[in-house]
Design a binder for this molecule. Structure first.
Ligand SMILES: C[S@@+](CC[C@H](N)C(=O)[O-])C[C@H]1O[C@@H](n2cnc3c(N)ncnc32)[C@H](O)[C@@H]1O
Length: 241
């Protein structure tokens, strides 16, 4: 299944999945939807079933050595990747979604955004035949938990990386002072407030209402440092190393 092909897209993303329908609303909504319609993102869904074998188009089989569950076949996955790349006319940066991979962080998302084409491979069942790992460039995890499939991890990676594709965010400063950004020394964002000025006894710090930008800036930097030390001290330590 091929999603809207947009010529001149800044980044092409292919998703190999047994459940392309999961990406329907995701690909049409908010930044991802806008990036697609403005030609900055081309999203192409490759239904792994189309590369399956036999009458039932099987893409999995029982594990050698026995054990429960089914394992995804290497031949079907490699054929799906090569089929996408043949259509694109280029070798993509191939990313395998697995709980055993490198954990998705801002720096990883930023690096992924620099490739002209990416393929995300979403697993199901008990995961992949080990040999699949020989055909990919990165193994990526959403965190230390096990999902039923790689699709939500692929969506998270796409949302995180698309923010770094020039032109996707209306205001380029939006990626500036975010949590984990260089502008905040890799720490957490400072507290933010909007109207009303008072809600059920909770007010807004005076410094934010006085219009003194230098003071606001200093307050935000200090709050960011304090919050990072309180909640994620390891982020501050990583910065000092
Ligand atoms: C049930 S999991 C298989 C887990 C595998 N048996 C293991 O223990 O490593 C099925 C698929 O979901 C995806 N998945 C599960 N947890 C994930 C995570 N934390 N990050 C990224 N993908 C994940 C992977 O694509 C995986 O192949």
């Amino acid at each position: 299944m091929s999603e809207a092909k947009v010529s001149g897209a800044r980044i092409k993303v292919g998703i190999i999945t047994l459940f392309p329908e999961l990406f329907g609303t995701f690909s049409e909504t908010s930044f991802v939807g806008r990036a697609r319609s403005s030609g900055l993102l081309e999203l192409e869904l490759e239904n792994l079933r189309e590369h399956g074998l036999g009458k039932h188009r099987s893409v999995d089989d029982t594990p050698y050595g026995g054990g429960s569950g089914m394992v995804m076949r290497v031949d079907c996955i490699v054929q799906a990747m090569e089929s996408l790349e043949a259509r694109w006319g280029e070798r993509a940066h191939r990313v395998l979604l697995t709980p055993q991979g490198q954990v998705l962080k801002t720096a990883v998302a930023q690096e992924l955004s620099t490739h002209s084409s990416l393929i995300f491979i979403c697993g199901r069942y008990e995961g992949f035949d080990e040999r699949v790992r020989s055909f990919v460039d990165l193994e990526l995890s959403l965190g230390d938990f096990v999902l039923t499939g790689g699709e939500i991890a692929a969506m998270a990676a796409i949302e995180a990386l698309i923010r770094f594709v020039p032109g996707v965010l209306g205001n380029p400063e939006s990626t500036g002072e975010e949590s984990f950004s260089d502008a905040l020394d890799g720490g957490l964002e400072y507290p933010q407030y909007t109207r009303p000025a008072e809600f059920r006894g909770l007010g807004v710090p005076d410094v934010l209402k006085n219009g003194d930008h230098a003071k606001v800036d200093a307050w935000r930097k200090a709050e960011s440092r304090a919050r990072t030390m309180a909640r994620r001290p390891e982020l501050s330590q990583a910065q000092r190393r």
